[in-house]
Design a protein around this ligand. Structure first.
Ligand code: C2E
Ligand code: MG
Ligand code: MG
Ligand code: MG
Length: 296
């Protein structure tokens, strides 16, 4: 009896192991395909840089965040949430990040050429930041495109700061010496201490949308947002509130002294050409001043 039971357990175990292996293999192969394809995405010109407006309290576009998309030939538009982690793991983030930096500077050069001015924020992944030649590559792209360094904002995340604080700070100083601006993305979501702010040569904080979401209705989130705004005033940092979707959120943030906003309420990420035509025809200002009057 015992033998039979054991045999059955083994048999079904073997089956489930077999099933497990084959479904895992499918996942592994899918990942492998994507990785292989991502390797060629730059050469095959499948990457797209979307821009999402950042607006001031008067409704004027003052900047844009560059957000990457992958136009896959059969899978359609793939979100960076899917392929950035893969790119980071495999090291492909280095050429991909370089492409983004180059593309953003090309756009900035085009804008300057038309006598306009704007800031573009570029997300820099930890692995990209840690490359020994990262600062040199930033210098190179600025020199080649002739872009005013102050128009380029590099967004880094808290995670980077914790791993190797002194090294990160040294590198930030090198970047500041190039004239670019530094922004701390997703502020408040990581484990970094407020005391880091004192030591880091950053220009800007981005309040993560997880705090913005319920700030108008939740006392705790409201308090956290107020603290972030007051700390940034103290350290003379600019603040961008992320993920502003409603007028209540916008009005709450304005009432507490926030001056720069990014979110679906003000504009979704859009193809660069669409963004540039929006800047040209000024239709954004019509829409945003409508918001001003209907709000508050
Ligand atoms: P992030 O840097 O925090 O970018 C903001 C994300 O919030 C974007 O998602 C944006 O589309 C989304 N968002 C903006 N406004 C709203 C809103 O009102 N509501 C909601 N629900 N979401 C909003 P996206 O484009 O999917 O990018 C996700 C993340 O992928 C980014 O988060 C960033 O960490 C990373 N990423 C995107 N592009 C790049 C890139 O070129 N390089 C690197 N290293 N990372 C990138
Ligand atoms: Mg960002
Ligand atoms: Mg962010
Ligand atoms: Mg965020």
């Amino acid at each position: 009896e015992a033998d039979t039971a054991l045999y059955q357990a083994k048999a079904s175990g073997r089956n489930s192991v077999h099933f497990f292996e084959s479904s895992m293999q499918v996942a592994v192969e899918a990942r492998f395909d994507l990785e292989g394809e991502l390797r060629h995405a730059v050469d095959r010109e499948q990457l797209r840089l979307f821009l999402q407006p950042q607006v001031d309290a008067a409704g004027h576009i003052v900047g844009a965040e560059a957000l990457l998309r992958w136009q896959h030939p059969s899978k359609g538009l793939i979100s960076p949430a899917v392929f950035i982690p893969l790119a980071e793991e495999t090291g492909l983030i280095v050429p991909v990040g370089q492409w983004v930096l180059n593309q953003a500077c090309q756009i900035l050069a085009g804008i300057a050429g038309r006598g306009q001015s704007l800031r573009i924020s570029v997300n820099v992944s930890p692995r990209q930041f840690r490359q020994a030649d990262f600062v040199a590559s930033v210098r190179e792209v600025l020199a080649r495109t002739g872009v005013a360094p102050a128009c380029l904002v590099l967004e880094i995340t808290e995670g980077l700061v914790i791993e190797d604080l002194q090294h990160t700070i040294d590198k930030m100083h090198e970047l500041k010496a190039c004239g670019v601006r530094l922004s701390l993305d997703d502020f408040g979501t990581g484990y970094s201490s407020l005391t880091y702010l004192k030591r880091m040569p950053i220009d800007e904080l981005k309040i993560d949308r997880s705090f913005v979401r319920d700030a108008p209705v939740n006392d705790n989130d409201a308090a956290l947002v107020e603290v972030m705004l007051s700390v940034s005033r103290h350290f003379h940092l600019e603040v961008v509130a992320e993920g502003v979707e409603t007028l209540d959120q916008l009005n709450f943030l304005k009432a507490h002294g926030c001056r720069c906003f990014q979110g679906y309420l003000l504009g979704r990420p859009m193809p660069a050409e669409t963004f540039l035509s929006l800047m040209d025809d000024g239709s954004d200002q019509g829409r945003l001043s409508d918001l001003q009057t209907s709000g508050a």
